[in-house]
Design a protein around this ligand. Structure first.
Ligand code: SF4
Length: 903
C-alpha cells in the first residue's frame, strides 16, 4: 500500500460528525467547524450530497470516494456506504462511527493504490479520461495523475472499444408445436437440479403453463392462463420450463414481462440454470427495456465534447468510463451505479439517454455500436426476452415488434396500473414544449446537438419541393406551441398564443374549483361543466393543433414516397435517416391525434370510456406544469385489444393476482381477459410457508389519528425493539418526512441507521441496496417501496404501515369507484395493497417477520388480504413492542455495528 495520504476526512451521520486530520487522528466535531474546514480544504468523504444534507449544508463538495470508485471500477457494484465500499474493496469495515473518518482515508489510499496494480481490469482508457477530468477540475484528478502510468501507445477512443452488432437475416416465423405437460415437468426437474425436493405447486404450475403453447383456436382468442402462485412456489422456473422448451423447439421468442427491476434481475440470474454456458446464455436470453433507459452514445459524445459544463461534464466523463465496461448500457437499474447521478445532484444524467426520441438511427456515427440497437437485435434472436410491462405494451401499440406470440406477465397484479399509464394522454405545457422543440429545434441560447426537424431532413427537403413546403408549414405551426417561460407568462396573466391561452384557462379553472388534497402538492378538478372562456380557448388551441397535424401528415407521405422512388443521393445512411424520421413522425402524430381528441371533447358530450380532468402539478408548493389529463375508465380495454388479442398465448401470474381476495372475476377484470372471447383457465397454488409459525399481524389500537408525535414515537420504539431491519410504509410524503425528522437522530445514536425515500438524496434502488446490506438499517418509504423491495432474510423482519392505505380521493379514483362497485372497489384496492406490503416480509423458507398497522381503524373485512393462517392481533402499542422484541432474533455475530450509512 502507498504512503498515507496527507488529506483530512469528514464523516457525518445522524449520530454525529467526525473529522480526521491529515495525519489520521480523528475526533468528533461541531457542525459549524466541520462546514468551515470542508470549505477551506477539500476533505475525503463518502457521498457528498448525503453528508451535506446531514450538515445542513447542501452545497458541500470534497473528494468523494464514490466518484473515485466509479472512475476506477466502472460497472462494478458497491453499496454506497463505508461498510459497503470496504467490502467491495476487500477491506474490513470499521467497528463503529468514531473510527469511520480515519477509515475513509484508508479507503482512499486503497483505491489510489489500485491505480498501480498490474491486475487492474479497467485500466484501458483511464489515463486519457483522467487527463480530461484534470482539465475539468475534478478533485481526484491530480492525485490519480500522480499515480497512474501513462500508456506507451495512445489509448483507443471509447467509441472504438465498444463492440459492433451484426445484422442478421430476419428470423423465420416460429413453428407450430405444443409442449407436453410431462415434458415441462421433466424440464423443471432438470432446472431445479438433482437432489432438490420437487415442490408440488411448482410442478403443477409447470404442467398448467405448458398448455399455453398449444395452437390457438381462433383469431383474437389467445390461450389464457391466470395463475395465482403463493410466495415461495418458485413460479419463475415453473413457467420458464415450458417456455424454454417451446422456444428451443419452435425457434421462436417468449416474452417474459415484469413490473419491478428486482424481478428482472432475478430472472436474469435464473438464466444460469437454463444455459450454463455464458456465451449461449447471452445469445438465448435478452433483457429489453424502454429506449429511455439506455445511454445514447451520440448524446454522450456531445456532452463530452462541450455540451455539458462544470460538474455535469465530469459526470459525462465518468459515464464514458462506465460505457466502455457496461454489459448493456442500461443507465437505469443496469450496471451503472444508481448512486452515481445522485452525486451530481442528477445534473445531466437524463440528457444522456434518448428520452426525446431524437435518435437519427443509421444517420448516427455510433449506430453500429449503439446500445439500444444492440438490445433490439439481441431481442429478435433470443429464446426468452425479459422486458417490462410498459415496453411490451408500447411495442404492441406501436406495432413495432410484431411476432410476440407468447407472453408471460409476471407480477400480473401490476398490469392494470401499467396499462393505465401506458394508454394515458396528457396535454400540458411540458408535453407541448417538447413537441415544439422536436420540430423547431433549439431556440435562444440552447446548446448541444439537438436539431429540429428541418435540420434533420435538410437533404430530403432540398430535393422534394412538396416535402419542403410541408416541413416549413410544420415548423411555422409548431411556433404557436408554448415556448420557454410559458409558465411564468401564465402566472403573470400574459400567455402567448392559443395553447398558452388554453393552459391559462385550465389553471384558472383548477384554482377556482379544486380542493387542496395535500398542501403544496398537485391540484385537480374534473373536466365537467367547463365555462365559456375555457371552451372557446380549447377551440382555438384545437385549430392550432390541427394546423400542425396536416403538414406533419403531408411530410410523412412525402418521406414514404422518397423511400419508394429513391433518388440517386439516397444512400443507406440517408435512407436510414428518412426511416428514422418516419418513425419519429408517426409517434408525434399519434400524440397529436390524442390531444386533438381530448380538446375536441371540451364543451361537447362526455365520452363514457374516459375520465378527463384538469390539473396543476406542484412539488413542495412550486408549480411545474399545467395539463389536461385523460385516462381510460378501464385501461384493460386497450390492453386487451392491442396486446392480448393479437397474441397466441398469455400467462398472467402473481402471488396476489386476485388482489388479496379470492374472487377470480377480479383477476379477469384486472388483467383484461374479461374483454376476450373464451374463458381464461385458472390455476392456483398456495404458498408452502407456514405463516402461522413465521408471521404475525399486529393492529395497534391506541395511536390517536393525526398525532404525528405519537406516530413517530411508535415508529422509533418498534424499530428499537426489532433492532432495525424494519420497513416503514407511508401513504403521505409529508408524514414520512415529519416522522423521519423526529426519530432519525435518536435511532442513529442507538446504532440503528434510518434512511428514507424523499429525504435522502438517493434513488429508491440505492436505498433498498443499503437496506438489504445491513440488518440494523431501517427504511422509510411510500408506494414504490411497497412493491419494489425484495429483501429476503434478516434485513427485513418488520413492516410498519402508518395507516390503512385507502386510495387517494382523486378525480380518476372517484370515477372508477362509481363504475366498479363503490366501497367494494375501495376495499379491493386496499386489500391488494396490504397483500403486496405483507408479501415483502416472508420471501424464502426460514424468513420470519411481523406486520404492524398503526391504526385502530383497520376494518376486519380487509384482513382476508393476509394469508389465511397468519395470526392477527389487535393490541396496544406496549404489547406490540413487547411482541416485536420477543420475536427479534439475536444480532448475527458476523455483523458488525453499522457504520457510515449516513443515517
Ligand atoms: S443510434 Fe440513436 S440512440 Fe443510438 S447512439 Fe445514435 S442517436 Fe443515440
Amino acid at each position: 500500500m502507498a504512503a498515507p495520504l496527507p488529506l483530512p476526512a469528514l464523516h457525518a451521520t445522524h449520530a454525529g460528525i467526525w473529522l480526521a486530520d491529515d495525519s489520521g487522528d480523528a475526533r468528533e466535531a461541531q457542525r459549524g467547524e466541520a462546514i468551515a474546514r470542508a470549505a477551506e480544504t477539500p476533505h475525503i468523504l463518502l457521498n457528498a450530497p448525503l453528508v451535506g444534507q446531514r450538515l445542513g449544508y447542501p452545497d458541500l463538495s470534497g473528494l468523494d470516494l464514490l466518484e473515485l470508485f466509479a472512475f476506477l471500477h466502472p460497472a462494478r457494484f458497491a453499496v454506497p456506504t463505508i461498510a459497503g465500499l470496504s467490502r467491495a474493496l476487500g477491506l474490513e469495515p470499521p467497528a463503529g462511527e468514531s473510527g469511520s473518518a480515519g477509515h475513509l482515508r484508508r479507503l482512499a489510499e486503497r483505491l489510489l493504490a489500485d491505480l498501480a496494480d498490474s491486475d487492474w481490469a479497467e485500466r484501458e482508457g483511464a489515463w486519457t479520461a483522467n487527463a480530461t477530468l484534470h482539465r475539468l477540475g475534478w478533485g481526484w484528478a491530480p492525485l490519480v495523475a500522480a499515480r497512474i502510468e501513462r500508456p506507451e501507445a495512445g489509448e483507443r477512443m471509447l467509441f472504438a472499444r465498444l463492440p459492433v452488432w451484426e445484422e442478421a437475416a430476419e428470423r423465420p416465423p416460429p413453428r407450430t408445436i405444443s409442449v407436453d405437460p410431462a415434458e415441462a415437468e421433466a424440464r423443471l426437474a432438470e432446472l431445479t437440479g438433482a437432489g432438490s425436493e420437487p415442490r408440488e405447486g411448482q410442478r403443477a404450475m409447470a404442467a398448467a403453463a405448458a398448455g399455453l403453447f398449444a395452437p390457438r383456436r381462433a383469431e383474437g382468442a389467445p390461450n389464457l392462463l391466470l395463475a395465482e402462485a403463493g410466495t415461495g412456489i418458485g413460479k419463475t422456473l415453473a413457467y420458464l420450463a415450458p417456455a424454454s422448451l417451446w422456444a428451443a423447439a419452435a425457434g421462436g421468442t417468449v416474452w417474459i414481462s415484469t413490473f419491478t427491476k428486482a424481478l428482472q434481475r432475478q430472472l436474469d440470474a435464473e438464466g444460469a440454470r437454463l444455459f450454463a454456458d455464458k456465451g449461449e446464455r447471452t445469445r438465448r436470453i435478452a433483457i429489453r427495456k424502454g429506449r429511455e433507459n439506455y445511454l445514447c452514445l451520440l448524446n454522450l459524445e456531445d456532452a463530452m465534447q462541450g455540451a455539458f459544463a462544470g460538474r455535469a461534464a465530469i459526470l459525462a466523463h465518468l459515464v464514458g468510463r462506465w460505457a466502455a465496461y457496461s454489459k448493456d448500457g442500461d443507465m437505469v437499474g443496469g450496471d451503472l451505479p444508481g448512486w452515481l447521478p445522485s452525486l451530481f445532484r442528477r445534473a445531466g444524467a437524463a440528457a444522456l439517454t434518448d428520452r426525446r426520441g431524437e435518435c437519427v438511427y443509421a444517420g448516427c456515427p455510433h449506430y453500429r455500436r449503439c446500445f439500444i440497437e444492440r438490445s433490439e437485435r439481441a431481442g429478435r434472436e433470443a429464446d426468452l426476452v425479459i422486458a417490462n410491462h410498459a415496453l411490451v405494451m408500447i411495442n404492441a401499440a406501436r406495432s413495432r415488434e410484431t411476432g410476440t406470440p407468447f407472453i408471460v406477465f409476471d407480477e400480473g397484479h401490476h398490469l392494470h396500473d401499467a396499462a393505465d399509464s401506458t394508454f394515458a394522454v396528457a396535454f400540458g405545457g411540458q408535453e407541448a414544449i417538447e413537441m415544439r422543440r422536436w420540430i423547431v429545434g433549439p431556440e435562444g441560447r440552447a446548446r448541444g446537438r439537438r436539431r429540429g426537424l428541418a435540420a434533420r431532413l435538410m437533404d430530403v427537403a432540398s430535393y422534394d419541393e412538396e416535402g419542403l413546403q410541408a416541413l416549413d408549414a410544420a415548423v411555422e405551426a409548431a411556433k404557436a406551441l408554448p415556448s420557454d417561460g410559458w409558465l411564468q407568462r401564465l402566472v403573470e396573466g400574459d400567455p402567448f398564443g392559443p395553447v398558452e391561452a388554453l393552459l391559462a384557462e385550465v389553471r384558472g379553472t383548477v384554482y377556482a374549483r379544486a380542493k387542496a388534497q395535500d398542501a403544496g402538492y398537485g391540484l385537480e378538478t374534473e373536466l365537467a361543466e367547463p365555462d365559456g372562456a375555457l371552451v372557446a380557448a380549447a377551440a382555438r388551441a384545437l385549430e392550432t393543433l390541427e394546423s400542425l397535424q396536416k403538414p406533419l401528415a403531408a411530410l410523412a407521405r412525402r418521406l414514404e414516397a422518397v423511400l419508394e422512388d429513391a433518388p440517386d443521393w439516397l444512400d443507406s445512411q440517408a435512407r436510414a435517416r428518412v426511416e428514422g424520421a418516419i418513425h419519429g413522425l408517426g409517434w408525434r402524430r399519434e400524440t397529436l391525434g390524442a390531444w386533438i381528441a381530448l380538446l375536441g371533447r371540451i364543451g361537447g358530450s362526455a365520452d363514457v370510456d374516459f375520465v378527463d380532468w384538469l390539473a396543476i402539478e406542484r412539488a413542495e408548493g412550486r408549480e411545474y406544469d399545467v395539463a389536461i389529463h385523460r385516462r381510460w375508465l378501464d385501461p384493460t380495454r386497450p390492453l386487451a385489444a392491442t396486446v392480448l388479442a393479437p397474441a397466441q398465448g398469455v400467462l398472467f401470474t402473481s402471488a396476489t393476482l386476485r388482489g388479496g381476495g379470492s374472487d377470480w372475476p377480479i383477476a379477469e377484470q384486472r388483467t383484461g381477459t374479461i374483454h376476450l372471447p373464451g374463458p381464461a383457465r385458472r390455476f392456483e397454488a398456495d404458498s408452502p410457508f407456514d405463516y402461522a409459525a413465521c408471521a404475525e399481524v399486529l393492529i395497534v389500537t391506541d395511536i390517536k389519528p393525526g398525532d404525528v408525535a405519537a406516530l413517530a414515537g411508535a415508529y422509533a420504539r418498534l424499530i428499537e425493539a426489532a433492532g432495525g431491519g424494519s420497513l416503514g410504509l407511508f401513504t403521505a410524503i409529508q408524514r414520512l418526512k415529519a416522522v423521519h425528522a423526529r426519530i432519525a437522530d435518536r435511532l442513529a445514536r442507538a446504532g440503528l441507521p434510518l434512511i428514507a425515500q424523499h429525504v435522502d438524496p438517493m434513488d429508491a434502488g440505492t436505498l433498498v441496496d443499503i437496506f438489504r446490506d445491513d440488518p440494523h438499517t431501517s427504511l422509510l418509504g411510500t408506494d414504490a417501496l411497497r412493491d419494489g423491495v425484495d429483501v429476503p432474510g434478516e434485513s427485513l423482519r418488520l413492516v410498519v404501515m402508518e395507516r390503512v392505505p385507502w386510495p387517494r380521493p382523486t378525480v380518476l379514483h372517484a370515477a372508477r369507484r362509481m363504475a366498479f362497485g363503490g366501497s367494494a372497489y375501495d376495499d379491493r384496492v386496499v386489500r391488494a395493497r396490504l397483500a403486496q406490503a405483507f408479501g415483502r416480509l416472508i420471501r424464502r423458507q426460514g424468513d420470519r417477520g411481523q406486520f404492524v398497522i398503526l391504526s385502530a381503524a383497520m376494518p376486519s373485512r380487509l384482513l382476508t388480504a393476509f394469508p389465511a393462517a397468519t395470526p392477527v392481533r389487535r393490541v396496544g402499542l406496549d404489547e406490540a413492542i413487547a411482541r416485536v422484541a420477543a420475536a427479534t432474533p439475536p444480532v448475527p455475530a458476523t455483523i458488525l455495528p453499522p457504520v457510515g450509512v449516513g443515517a
